[in-house]
Design a protein around this ligand. Structure first.
Ligand SMILES: [Zn+2]
Length: 166
């Protein structure tokens, strides 16, 4: 049977969050990141030089959602909000940002900050339930007193030797 092949060409306007079928066929990180940086250039203008968007494949669409929301909020409140660093650390999503507020005394500033904080904490809690490999919902956080790993769904958490079925 032929595998269904999805074009890696980019402009998929209607995003389907995570395509669990083929994590192996994921876009290479550099290509994905280049596309994201181009799309969200303004928001990422203050990104730390030399650092990449260091998240597992399964979290990519989540991160793109977050950047889109950032862009919206920034525009709505006429800010220059920027994201300085996005990464995975100890199984959680870290999102470092700067609100870009020129005049902290301005009327809508407190609202803008509240909205941005809500956007970020929503992203972080969604990441905790999103499989790092395939992006499926309902993943469990793999923590123990000694390690905190990124969440995985049942399917991806089973280390399957390739070609084991016969
Ligand atoms: Zn998975």
């Amino acid at each position: 049977m032929a595998k269904s092949k999805k074009a890696a060409e980019g402009d998929d306007a209607a995003r389907t969050p995570g395509s669990p079928e083929s994590p192996d066929a994921a876009e290479p990180r550099e290509a994905w990141e280049a596309r994201v940086r181009e799309r969200y250039g303004k928001v990422l203008a203050g990104y730390i030089a030399g650092r990449g968007i260091e998240v597992p494949v399964g979290w990519r669409s989540l991160v793109e959602d977050g950047l889109a929301q950032f862009e919206l909020v920034s525009r709505r409140f006429e800010l220059d909000a920027t994201v300085a660093l996005v990464k995975e650390k100890f199984g959680t999503l870290r999102f470092h940002w700067d609100e870009g507020i020129a005049d902290p005394g301005a009327g809508d500033t407190a609202i803008a900050l509240a909205v941005m904080n809500a956007v970020v904490s929503d992203l972080q809690s969604r990441a905790l339930g999103t499989c790092e490999v395939c992006g499926a919902d309902g993943a469990i956080e793999r923590t123990s007193p000694f390690v905190a790993k990124s969440p995985r769904c049942d399917r991806c958490s089973v280390a399957r030797p390739s070609g084991s079925s016969s």
